[in-house]
Ligand binder design. Structure first.
Ligand SMILES: [Mg+2]
Length: 243
């Protein structure tokens, strides 16, 4: 029987330990461990109370009413698809205002409480930790806006975090995700053969593969930007982390 990606990963971690090596599992957070669609849903439903909504309260009452009850799906990336599905018709400046409100909320400590881990994700990471793998997180979230909330989120969900250094976040929001993560692996000490990196964004996985081909990549097939397709060579995990 063909082993699933998770079974294979667990086996490789055990083999690595048997050889006296310390396996390292490095995970992205958004759309890898956590489904962020409930975060987006909550933020969109709050639009009516935002300062950005003020110019539209009368002229776009119908569109705001739709947002008040909008339902996002785990397959939505960003805000566009849910608004199309709910047939939000409005002027362009209305959508710009909604986007501003969403950006402010989405990239903030306060809204992380709404994220939901994918089924089995926390349990699998904890199992790898118990087996003896070193667990760390590499996220495009930045410290000024989301540092505190991210740390609390990991602890709240029982994800292993042995020390501060095991949570890698951007120092500021100006850095691009792809270069930030690719550089991290270029500068990582130790043999990348014993490192596994899990992420949902094909654009950055392709770049990381190009720059550090010896690193083990695992693709989480959840949602992504759509700018590039995943490589069929990457082992993948779906929205449910089941063995
Ligand atoms: Mg991600």
């Amino acid at each position: 029987m063909r082993m699933s990606t998770l079974q294979k990963l667990r086996t490789e971690i055990l083999e690595c330990l048997d050889q006296g090596q310390k396996p390292r599992l490095i995970l992205d957070l958004d759309s890898t461990i956590f489904c962020v669609s409930p975060r987006t849903q909550f933020i969109l439903r709050q639009f009516h109370s935002s300062q950005h909504a003020k110019p539209f309260l009368e002229s776009h009452k119908q569109a705001i009413d739709i947002l008040n009850a909008i339902e996002t799906l785990p397959t939505d990336w960003g805000i566009r698809s849910s608004m199309i599905r709910h047939e939000v018709f409005a002027r362009l400046d209305f959508f710009e205002a909604v986007r501003k409100h969403w950006v402010e909320g989405f990239f903030s400590n306060e809204m992380l409480i709404h994220d939901v881990p994918y089924k089995g994700a926390v349990e699998f990471v904890r199992e790898c930790y118990t087996l003896g793998a070193h667990i760390s997180y590499l996220t495009g979230r930045d410290v000024p806006r989301m540092g505190e909330g991210t740390r609390e989120q990991l602890i709240r969900h029982g994800l292993p975090l042995d020390n501060d250094h095991d949570l890698q976040m951007k120092a500021n929001s100006g850095l691009g995700d792809t270069n930030y993560k690719a550089e991290y692996f270029e500068n990582l000490d130790g043999d990348l053969k014993h490192v596994w990196f899990v992420d949902n964004e094909p654009v950055l996985l392709h770049e990381i593969e190009r720059r550090t081909p010896e690193l083990n990549l695992i693709y989480t097939d959840t949602v992504h930007s759509g700018r590039e397709e995943p490589s069929p060579k990457w082992p993948s995990i779906g929205m449910s982390w089941s063995l």
